[in-house]
Design a protein around this ligand. Structure first.
Ligand code: SF4
Ligand code: SF4
Length: 355
């Protein structure tokens, strides 16, 4: 059995090939302007030297920004699910993931099987993303691959008040003109980004063990600052950048064997206390993003979100997550007070409550 996962990110495209349960090949390429060409180039690069061709691959799953445009993929799975599944291969004890990609940052919580149990993402601001670091490397006239080690040489961290890409660039240029060391500027930016990452992680609650995935996990200076802020040494994978592709390949393996589990596509929001578990679960696999639950819920608990180029999905609003025990009286109370509620309105049966 030969399966493949392909992760078309905004900056880099990755592929992983698994043969009979063992990783046969992985590769990382630049994402080009055309997703279809990028997908073919990436899988061909991964196949190079294996003696295999695309026709030998039994099942391919795509993930990432360009996942819907991979012509040879049989299915696509969100990168959130793939990162959780991929890291579970290397470190099954990991429960908290910080995925730092080319243009967004995600904090993910997962269970012992690598199923996502919660996530939040920062896709509004470039700070802490690959795009941001490329811009800073450019301003400092330093190779991108070297800015991690450069930051570690800092003797005095320069405080940055913002990681807004525009203001941070202006501030970095001003500091350079004042004669401040590049390493001190980088350390300051890493400090600001790490603080922001810590806040993102706190929103899903930080549990041991903790990891960082994505290309930025190869930046030693950034990893050190995040470890310092979080107070935990991350368990890193051999190559943190291929974790999404590896997760996609593991989904491909399960799907080929007919073993895929529904849990992989579900996200839970809620809490447990001494009286039991109280969770709203949304099956992202079946949710079509129609938004009916948003209108039906009298408490405004749901919203529909959309990752760039992907199908919209429902989620529980951030404000509601912290107050679910107060806001949601559960299906039975809610249905007695209102003609409709989230469960009865959802045509896809994508919502379940454990009240
Ligand atoms: S009603 Fe159901 S299918 Fe529609 S957005 Fe809400 S959860 Fe998704
Ligand atoms: S049961 Fe009622 S209050 Fe609770 S999430 Fe559903 S619609 Fe909203």
């Amino acid at each position: 059995m030969i399966v493949a996962g392909i992760d078309i990110g905004s900056r880099a495209a990755k592929a992983a090939i698994i043969k009979d349960g063992t990783i046969l090949a992985t590769t990382i390429c630049d994402t080009g302007p055309e997703s279809i060409k990028t997908a073919h180039a990436t899988i061909n690069a991964a196949l190079e030297g294996t003696g295999l061709t695309l026709d030998d691959i039994d099942y391919t799953v795509a993930t990432g920004y360009g996942r819907v445009l991979v012509p040879f993929a049989r299915e696509n799975v969100s990168e959130i699910s793939c990162h959780a599944r991929g890291i579970n291969w290397y470190h099954p004890s990991v429960r908290t993931i910080l995925d730092m990609g080319g243009q967004d940052c995600k904090a993910i919580r997962c269970d012992a099987e690598g199923h996502v149990t919660d996530f939040v993402m920062n896709d509004k601001c470039a700070g802490g993303t690959g795009r941001f670091l490329e811009m800073i490397a450019d301003v400092l006239n330093a190779p991108l691959a070297e800015i991690g080690d450069l930051a570690l040489q800092s003797k005095e961290t320069i405080p940055f008040n913002t990681i807004c890409a525009v203001f941070a660039k202006t501030e970095a240029i001003a500091r350079l003109r004042q004669g401040v060391n590049r390493s001190d500027i980088l350390a300051g930016l890493n400090e600001a980004i790490a603080t922001r990452c810590l806040n993102l992680l706190k929103r899903v609650s930080i549990e041991k063990d903790f990891t960082i995935t994505g290309g930025i996990a190869k930046n030693s200076g950034m990893v050190a600052k995040i470890a310092e802020k979080v107070g935990l040494e991350p368990l890193l994978a051999e190559d943190p950048q291929i974790i999404g592709a590896l997760g996609a390949a593991l989904f491909a393996q399960e799907k080929y064997l007919g073993k895929e589990t529904e849990e992989a596509a579900k996200v839970q929001y809620g809490y447990n206390d001494g009286t039991g578990d109280y969770f709203i679960t949304i099956n992202l696999g079946s949710c079509d993003g129609c938004g009916e639950c948003v209108s039906a819920c009298p408490e405004g608990i749901f919203e529909v979100f959309q990752e760039d180029g992907h199908q919209p999905k429902a989620r529980v609003t951030e404000a509601s997550r912290k107050r679910l025990s107060i806001l949601c009286p559960g299906y039975h109370s809610c249905s007695s007070e209102h003609r409709t509620n989230c469960l009865s309105i959802c045509q896809q049966n994508a919502i379940s409550l454990t009240w």
